[in-house]
Design a protein around this ligand. Structure first.
Ligand code: F6R
Length: 364
């Protein structure tokens, strides 16, 4: 049942504030001061290394989480796509915790990677949407993301719920490793609890997204740029767009642009810059100006403050609510989803059942 929406994808995008609220209530105590995990949980003080493995959008959630775990918890993290990890057969050092992220919990490569880690990792944790799935059943600590059934082939609400669960884990790790105090933990958790309201506000960009999408639909190639934890979000934007609109899209770390891809830039290539105001904002904006100097059409996705600093000359701007930079990757999933959705609508492609794709990839 599409609940009055034209597509499951639209319904699932709109459901995000509600399902996120459920995930937050599941993992944060009623006082809002601490993280609650099932027993036996995970003592991050004893973890020496975190190895995260997944495919597709779930892999991009792991990429974001790498920035979080490293920056706030000081925990070394390795992230890999499951199809590479399983055949590379990497050595596993003692004290390594393996973490698998999967919406379906049945992705063949991710499951094989999990089985490779059995008996090698100190603990196997999974972040899954389907609690009775193989990946959940075969882990020591399965953590549900509580997104509810996701039907649209392009993952939306599962991605934001994966990120939310991983953000909570990273905060728990930071606290247990002595990197943040109990007060700082409670502050960050309180910011997280404000997220459903902010996501609701963010859904208000729908109309603007559809206007911009009408222009994007004309393009043959589109570039996405981001820096720090927004770099994986650039990848998510490109992946969503490719999947459902069939427009060729690529993501680059903003700083990589001048090492090759800037050669692609001309007036026919829209460049989507995902840049909330954060510590790296000025650097991203200077990369954006390099694109504009070469005639590139920049769509800047930022907040009010960022738009002011960036100044004139951009092709278009999409204004997002102001947010704690730590949580920006969760919020900026919304414009990635809405731009892809409306570009696909403008092109008339099948949003919920894109060609050549299956919801659950149970063969390698
Ligand atoms: C993209 C998408 C896929 C999945 C990937 C992993 O929108 O849905 O890239 O994220 O196939 O699937 P799960 O999470 O079920 O392991």
């Amino acid at each position: 049942d599409k609940g009055g929406y034209k597509h499951f994808m639209a319904k699932e995008i709109a459901e995000q504030p509600t399902v996120l609220q459920g995930a937050l209530a599941h993992y944060i105590n009623a006082e809002g001061t601490n993280v609650t995990l099932p027993d036996p949980g995970l003592d991050f003080a004893k973890v020496e290394r975190l190895t995260m493995v997944a495919c597709g959008t779930a892999y991009l959630a792991c990429m974001v989480a790498k920035y979080w775990f490293e920056q706030i918890a000081g925990l070394p993290v390795e992230v890999d796509v499951a199809s590479e990890f399983r055949y590379r057969e990497p050595p596993v050092t003692p004290g390594t915790v393996a973490l698998f992220v999967s919406q379906s919990g049945e992705t063949a490569d991710t499951l094989a990677a999990l089985r490779y880690m059995e008996g090698k990792a100190a603990k196997i944790v999974s972040v899954v949407n389907v609690p009775e799935s193989s990946i959940a059943r075969e882990s020591d600590l399965p953590l549900p993301i509580l997104a509810g059934t996701e039907i649209g082939v392009a993952s939306t609400k599962a991605f934001t719920c994966q990120l939310t669960t991983l953000a909570i884990l990273a905060l728990k790790a930071a606290h247990e490793r002595g990197k943040i105090s109990s007060t700082e933990l409670a502050d960050k958790l309180s910011n997280l609890r404000a997220l459903p309201g902010i996501l609701n506000l963010a859904l208000g960009i729908e109309e603007r997204s559809s206007q911009i999408a009408a222009k994007l639909a004309e393009a043959r190639d589109i570039l996405f740029l981001g820096r720090g934890a927004m770099y994986p979000l650039a990848h998510e934007g490109a992946l969503k767009l490719k999947e459902i609109s069939y427009i060729h899209a690529e993501a680059y770390a903003s700083g990589e642009l001048k090492h090759g891809p800037i050669a692609l830039v001309d007036q026919h290539v829209p460049v989507i810059v995902m840049a909330p105001t954060d510590a790296l904002f000025d650097k991203t904006i200077s990369n954006m100006q390099e694109v504009m100097a070469r005639g590139g059409k920049v769509l800047l996705i930022t907040d009010q403050q960022g738009a002011k600093i960036a100044g004139e000359g951009v092709w278009d701007t999409l204004i997002m609510p102001q947010i704690d930079p730590f949580l920006a990757p969760i919020l900026y999933a919304v414009p990635a989803q809405l731009l892809a959705y409306h570009t696909a609508i403008a092109k008339g492609t099948d949003v919920d059942q894109p060609r050549n794709l299956a919801k659950s990839v149970t063969v390698e």
